[in-house]
Design a protein around this ligand. Sequence first.
Ligand SMILES: [Zn+2]
Length: 280
Amino acid sequence: MITASVLIVLIAGLMIYWFYFKEDRFTFQVGQVEFAVENHSTAGRSSIQDEVTHAYEAIMGAVKGDYDPASQISLEFYNQKDISFATRDEVVLFKDQGHFLTVHELSHALLWGKEEQDDRGYWALEGLAIHLQTEYGDPVYPNYDVSPHAIMNVVKEEGMMIPLTKLCGTSMSRMLFQPSLESDGASRSLQWISYIESASFVSYLIDEYGMEEFEKVFNEKDSLQQMKEVYGKDAAELQEDWLAYIDQESYKLSEREQKKVPGLEKRRSYFGEIDERYIH
Ligand SMILES: [Zn+2]
């Protein structure tokens, strides 16, 4: 009798251990990349393989230029909520509202620039990642499948828009896009605005001028100069066109959409604490 219950407890313990702490490792090939997966999440092998394959094909199918991804990329999956990130050969994914930012982070890794410098224009990197995630991936940060244009209209109406000269320039880019992990609510809110604004502006550029033109400013060091050469307009002129474009009835944030964006009200509550120098 005792041995039976001990056995049951032991088996149950092992199952719990396997379910929550298992470290499932496997590899698979998609296109020219071998993905080495370290799975700490409850997602199964085949669902991970399907999701990564779908993301790879969507990203590589959307871009026109030549990219040279690493021949092996390590992928880590975790169940808990934390900040996902990517380098050229490593992608670490945490869950956000039950989903992984697979398309977003994989786009950073696959479309990594030739040089590993920091200022390759965060606005273009993040804007494209969110644009692709919204188009091909699950609903995750920062817009949860809601049109970035609709959220951008709210930001604009609140007087919190970052001028494009600042968003796309290099002097403030670290503060806007990469605040320290232990930063306060206002910095997080500013980062969220930067992401939403980049997504809206990049989607506008791609829809209006095409992917090929956008890729000429993507992964470039001096975005502002490059934008002028590619689009024949400076940041102020492009800003005017873009804001006019998103100012339509179909891009007004509905109540239903508002509920889909977790934390929108929380971000908003910090708007008053954001330093004026970023938004004027
Ligand atoms: Zn990103």
